[in-house]
Design a protein around this ligand. Structure first.
Ligand SMILES: Nc1ncnc2c1ncn2[C@@H]1O[C@H](COP(=O)(O)OP(=O)(O)OP(=O)(O)O)[C@@H](O)[C@H]1O
Ligand SMILES: [Mg+2]
Length: 231
């Protein structure tokens, strides 16, 4: 089988139960889900429906309680902590609150994520600048987060997520903390990465309109997938 035919994500009856003291909280109640290379999938659903839980599992930040979750063909339930950490380096994660380091410039924030790679210093610097160009921030490489708008900070976070050539990009409410015009700009960038650079995208959002820009919309309700439609 060629690598192209391996789904990026395959979830088979995935369940996740958190223990809150002695009280179990069933965050995922048996999810079946598949993402093919090049897909752009949005995940919609009310607060508490399990969206972030799902994204954290896909991002190898956590393991399912039961069921099978294959990430790029690898069963994450069988990986030890070191193997999970290796896998995470090949996944681009963009969080709701940008998570940039305030003290560092845009370029240094992007460069930092390449620190564990075997690239030399000058190569990392060159790549960081290229990535910032890709997200339209060529003129802002030396700005610190506080010197950037919300949308620009989110674009730095996206550039950083792309630094290690990830297999796919996970975005948790990437437009949750920016105004609607900026949200449209961030979304245009995400669409461009998907179409022009063939990056597979999984994006959690509360915004129905943004969700329908994706090729597929998955709706979650109470720990289950309630619909999965091609847009
Ligand atoms: N670490 C945890 N310990 C216990 N319960 C948790 C934990 N994380 C999440 N939960 C519970 O699991 C359920 C799903 O949470 P999750 O964060 O996945 O929801 P969500 O769909 O991302 O919501 P939101 O839109 O508010 O971000 C919720 O009922 C939540 O309270
Ligand atoms: Mg969430």
């Amino acid at each position: 089988m060629s690598s192209e035919t391996v789904p990026v994500i395959e979830a088979l009856n995935v369940k996740k139960t958190y223990m809150l003291g002695r009280v179990p909280v069933e965050a995922l109640r048996g999810v079946n889900f598949r993402v093919e290379p090049g897909d752009f999938v949005s995940i919609l659903g009310p607060s508490g429906s399990g969206k972030s839980t799902m994204l954290n599992l896909i991002g190898a930040l956590d393991k399912p309680t039961s069921g099978t979750l294959l990430v790029d063909g690898v069963d994450i339930g069988r990986l030890n902590d070191n193997q999970l950490a290796d896998l995470r380096r090949r996944i681009g994660f963009v969080f709701q609150f940008f998570n940039l380091i305030p003290r560092l410039t845009a370029r240094d924030n992007v460069e930092l994520s390449m620190a564990i790679s075997d690239m030399g210093k000058s190569e990392r610097k060159k790549r960081a600048i290229e990535l910032l160009e890709t997200v339209g921030l060529k003129e802002r490489v030396n700005h610190k987060p506080a010197e950037l708008s919300g949308g620009q900070q989110q674009r730095v976070a996206i550039a950083r997520a792309l630094a290690n050539n990830p297999k796919f990009l996970l975005l948790d409410e990437p437009t949750g903390n920016v105004d609607s015009k900026t949200a449209r700009e961030v979304l245009a960038l995400i669409e461009n990465l998907n179409k022009e650079h063939n990056v597979s995208i999984i994006m959690v959002t509360h915004d129905e309109k943004l969700a329908h820009q994706a090729n597929r919309t998955v709706k979650m309700f109470d720990g289950e997938i309630s619909s999965d439609v091609v847009n």
